[in-house]
Design a protein around this ligand. Structure first.
Ligand code: 5GP
Ligand code: ZN
Length: 135
């Protein structure tokens, strides 16, 4: 646990939060600035700044937690869709430097925009970038 990290304090119960789910590895809380009704955050209890630092065994447990919460949201809130969002680094929009995954229920006409502007790439450019990543 990092003593200067607010999400460490929340995940480990030092700061109270609206908790939706808890197990030995994670606490799932409601986001204080919700994008939509029910917007939740999955917080590992152990501090890791981002995806690069997250232990692989913890990473493997994140999606099953997201799936549980998503199913509950669908049933309880009647959302029409759902986004999983996970930001790494300021450039990508990360503001709290403790790994977290957003679970954002979506409703028709919720007015939110989560996404990107599609670009263009030639087959050669796709080949080149694929080589850079895998080699
Ligand atoms: P990021 O931009 O880092 O991916 O997301 C950080 C999220 O944490 C934001 O959606 C913000 O509203 C939420 N947040 C920041 N501080 C707190 C807090 O103290 N409690 C809760 N529940 N959410 C927080
Ligand atoms: Zn932390």
């Amino acid at each position: 646990m990092n003593k200067d990290c607010i999400f460490c304090k929340i995940a480990n119960g030092e700061i109270p939060s609206k908790t939706l789910y808890e197990d030995s590895d994670f606490r799932v809380i409601l986001d204080l600035g919700p994008a939509t009704k029910g917007h939740a955050l999955i917080l590992p209890k152990e501090h890791a700044e981002n995806l690069y630092d997250l232990p692989e065994n913890t990473a493997a447990k994140v999606l099953p937690v997201a799936q549980k919460i998503a199913s509950k949201m669908k049933a309880a809130l009647g959302c029409d869709g759902l986004n999983l969002v996970q930001n790494n680094g300021e450039t990508a929009g990360q503001t709290v430097m403790h790994f977290h995954m957003h679970v954002i229920p979506r409703y028709e006409s919720d007015g939110q925009k989560i996404g990107w502007v599609p670009g263009q790439a030639t087959p050669e450019e796709l080949d080149a970038v694929a080589k850079l990543i895998v080699e």
